[in-house]
Design a binder for this molecule. Structure first.
Ligand SMILES: Cc1ncc(COP(=O)(O)O)c(C=O)c1O
Length: 396
C-alpha cells in the first residue's frame, strides 16, 4: 500500500483549482465524504429523519468502530460530539477536583483548554502548573515530571499546538503519567490524521479531536476517546436520557460506554460522512502519510527560509505539517489576503491561540501554512515563489 497522489488528488476536487495550505483549519474532504452526506440528507427529505437513521444504522455506527481501529481503542471507548472543544470539555469537566488540586500542562496548551483551566481555578480553586520549555521549544520533560505532586489530579496537554509545527512528546508524557498514576488527557485535534496515533503506545486515558482537520471529515463533528478503566472515575458534566437511564424519582444509572458523554441529537449526515472519511483514512498507510506531510512541510520551511525577511517560527525537535512564519514589513493578514488573490489558502495564527508560547516570543500574528498528503512539491515551490514575489514587490 502506498500513497497514489494523483488518485488522491482526483478524489479531492478542491485540489484542482487552488493550493490549499489550510489543512490545520479544515482540510479538503474527498468527494465520497460529501456524496455520502448529501445522499443521507436526500434520504431524510424523502423518507424522514428518524426513518433514515433506522435504515442507515450500520453507517451511523461506523465512526465508532473506525475510530477504534484508527486509535487502537475499543468502539465502546468512543463518544461523538459536535466538535473537539466540547469533546475535550466533557472529559476535563468530568475530572473531579477539589480546591488545591492541580492540573499540569505545557506552554503550548490550546487557548480554549487553558480558559477552562482558568474557569475551574476561579470557580473550584484548582491550581495550574505549566511546565517550562527548553530553548528549542521542546517541553522540559525533567521539569514536567518534577512538577507532579500529591495534588496533581490531571495531566492535560496539546499534542500539536494550533500555531506551530512542534509535536509534543505525547508518549513520553504518557510514561510520566503512568509512573505518577495521574489521568492523562491529550488534545490530539491537530495530530490525528497526519500521524499515527495509538492510545496504548501513548498511554493517554482521554483523547479529543475533530473530524474536519487532518482526518478530512465534515465540519461540526468531533470525538472523545475514554479508556474503559477510567470511565467510572469520571463524572460527566451534563447528563440526559441518552447518557443515563432514569429508574425512579431519585435514581438514575449511567450507560455503560463512553457514549455517556454524548447527546442524542446531532448532525446524522455528518456522522455518516465522518465514517466515510475514516474509512478513507484507514485505507491509506498512516506511516507514509506522516513521513510525507513532515517532509513537505520541511521542504516548505527550507524554501521560505531563503526568502529575505521571512522568519520561520516553528520550534521543537519534532515538527509536523504545520508551518508558521512572519515576513518583516508585511502583516500576516495582508499576506493572507494577497495569497488568497493567487488562490492559495492559509490562515493567520494569533498570539491568543497559544498565549503562553507566543507572547513571550513577541509574536502577535503569523501566517500558518498547513500541509496535507495531497499537497505536492510543485505547490510548495509555487507557494514559495508567491511569497518571494511579495517580498520583492514590498522591497521596491
Ligand atoms: C489544538 C486544538 N485543539 C482544539 C481545537 C478546537 O477544535 P474545534 O474547533 O473542533 O472545537 C483546535 C482548533 O483549531 C486546535 O487547534
Amino acid at each position: 500500500m502506498s500513497l497514489d497522489i494523483a488518485r488522491l488528488r482526483a478524489d479531492t476536487p478542491g485540489t484542482a483549482d487552488l493550493i490549499h495550505f489550510n489543512n490545520a483549519g479544515c482540510a479538503l474532504p474527498p468527494r465520497e465524504v460529501v456524496d455520502a452526506m448529501t445522499d443521507y440528507l436526500r434520504l431524510e427529505m424523502e423518507i424522514g429523519g428518524y426513518e433514515t437513521a433506522a435504515r442507515m444504522k450500520t453507517r451511523l455506527d461506523r465512526p465508532y468502530s473506525a475510530l477504534a481501529e484508527l486509535l487502537n481503542a475499543h468502539a465502546d471507548e468512543i463518544a461523538i460530539l459536535e466538535n473537539a472543544t466540547r469533546a475535550w470539555d466533557m472529559a476535563f469537566y468530568a475530572v473531579r477536583m477539589a480546591p488545591g488540586d492541580r492540573v499540569l500542562t505545557t506552554r503550548t496548551e490550546y487557548c480554549s483548554n487553558y480558559i477552562a483551566f482558568l474557569q475551574r481555578a476561579r470557580r473550584d480553586g484548582i491550581e495550574i502548573d505549566v511546565a517550562p520549555s527548553l530553548d528549542n521549544g521542546d517541553v522540559d520533560l525533567a521539569a514536567f515530571e518534577k512538577l507532579i505532586g500529591p495534588r496533581t489530579k490531571l495531566i492535560a496537554i496539546t499534542h500539536v499546538a494550533t500555531s506551530g509545527g512542534l509535536v509534543n512528546p505525547a508518549a513520553a508524557i504518557g510514561a510520566i503519567a503512568k509512573r505518577a498514576n495521574v489521568p492523562y488527557l491529550l488534545d490530539a485535534c491537530q495530530s490525528v490524521g497526519q500521524m499515527a496515533i495509538d492510545v496504548e503506545a501513548i498511554g493517554c486515558d482521554m483523547l479529543s479531536a475533530t473530524a474536519r482537520k487532518f482526518l478530512r471529515g465534515p465540519r461540526g463533528i468531533g470525538f472523545l476517546y475514554v479508556r474503559r478503566a477510567i470511565l467510572d472515575r469520571l463524572d460527566p458534566p451534563f447528563l440526559d436520557d441518552f447518557a443515563a437511564d432514569w429508574y425512579a424519582d431519585g435514581d438514575y444509572r449511567l450507560r455503560a460506554d463512553a457514549r455517556r458523554f454524548e447527546t442524542p441529537e446531532c448532525s446524522f449526515a455528518a456522522k455518516v460522512g465522518f465514517g466515510v472519511a475514516l474509512d478513507y483514512a484507514l485505507a491509506l498507510p498512516m506511516a507514509e502519510i506522516e513521513t510525507r506531510v513532515a517532509a513537505l512541510a520541511a521542504a516548505l520551511r527550507a524554501r521560505l527560509g531563503d526568502v529575505p525577511g521571512v522568519a520561520i517560527q516553528d520550534r521543537g525537535t519534532r515538527r509536523c505539517g504545520i508551518v508558521t512564519f512572519t515576513k518583516t514589513g508585511i502583516p500576516a493578514p495582508a499576506m493572507k489576503a494577497m495569497l488568497a488573490e493567487r488562490k492559495i489558502n492559509v490562515t493567520v495564527s494569533v498570539a491568543e491561540a497559544t498565549r503562553l508560547d507566543l507572547i513571550p516570543r513577541g509574536i502577535d500574528k503569523m501566517i500558518r501554512a498547513s500541509i496535507h498528503y495531497y499537497n505536492t512539491e510543485d505547490e510548495i515551490a509555487r507557494f514559495a515563489e508567491a511569497v518571494e514575489a511579495m517580498a520583492l514587490e514590498h522591497a521596491r
